[in-house]
Design a protein around this ligand. Structure first.
Ligand code: 6PG
Length: 241
């Protein structure tokens, strides 16, 4: 299992711990380079984290106008749709802190999906500092599905082999299109934090820890920089410590 594991009591404890580290990293990067480049995770797990960041004591500690918000993936639905990752992040965080709206980069889900993926990739390349030949996020937040997917890198999908930075993928199990960052971009990040909570995730995490991870895309997240797994007790229940 790549990276370092941080065990937390429950989702709330996990979210507070991540919020503390997020604020610390954001302050450090804004101090050092004048901005903080982060890709937010979608799904349900990070929502509590985003809500915490929008409240004291975390809210006041970050110069939000200097944070450049991107998304690790997006469901190909309108931004007002219940399933939209952008909507979830806006309602739990972005609408409650003084962001510079020009620094919030939602994926375009109103045009051709492949064109939207290519445009997003171009925006990232034009906005982020490069490390090696690729743009490098200061931080990419990820979740993990109970099938071992992360972002929209689902098992046995062609996007797992895609060398572009962002790609469109049709997900058969949902009969829906997604746009997602790919391994080349994710693995060029300075830090990747994977947030996993709940008993449904325990079997996959146990298999990954044992190296039985051939079919779990999250197991191939192996960034140039640091990888941290933030796990609550329920998700880590079948792992050996
Ligand atoms: C998404 C996410 C996805 C998510 C996992 C876990 O768009 O759904 O990017 O990768 O992180 O599906 O989702 P939960 O946090 O809801 O369990």
């Amino acid at each position: 299992m790549n990276g370092e594991i941080l065990y937390c009591q429950d989702l709330d404890g996990l979210s507070h711990r991540v919020a503390e580290q997020f604020v610390q990293l954001a302050r450090q990067k804004i101090e050092q380079q004048g901005g903080f480049y982060v890709a937010l995770a979608g799904g349900g797990t990070p929502k509590r984290l985003y809500q915490l960041l929008a409240t004291e004591p975390y809210r006041e500690q970050v110069e939000w106008s200097r944070v450049f918000f991107f998304f690790g993936d997006e469901r190909y639905v309108p931004h007002e749709h219940d399933d939209s990752n952008y909507r979830m992040a806006r309602e739990s965080l972005l609408a409650h802190v003084p962001v510079n709206q020009a620094h919030v980069y939602a994926m375009n889900t109103a045009s051709d999906v492949r064109r939207a993926a290519a445009d997003y990739s171009r925006t990232i390349q034009q906005t982020l500092p490069l490390v090696g030949k690729l743009p490098a996020f200061d931080l990419i937040l990820l979740g993990m599905g109970d099938d071992g997917h992360t972002a929209s890198l689902f098992p046995r999908t062609c996007i797992l082999h895609d060398q572009r930075l962002v790609a469109a993928v049709y997900v058969e199990k949902f009969k829906a299109w997604r746009i997602s960052m790919t391994y080349p971009l994710i693995n060029n990040a300075q830090q990747v934090w994977i947030l996993v909570a709940g008993a449904a995730k325990a079997p996959v995490l146990a298999h990954i820890q044992k190296g039985q991870d051939h079919d779990y895309p999250v197991a191939r997240v192996n960034p140039r920089g640091n990888l941290y797994w933030y796990l609550d007790q329920a998700a880590a229940a079948e792992m050996s410590r």
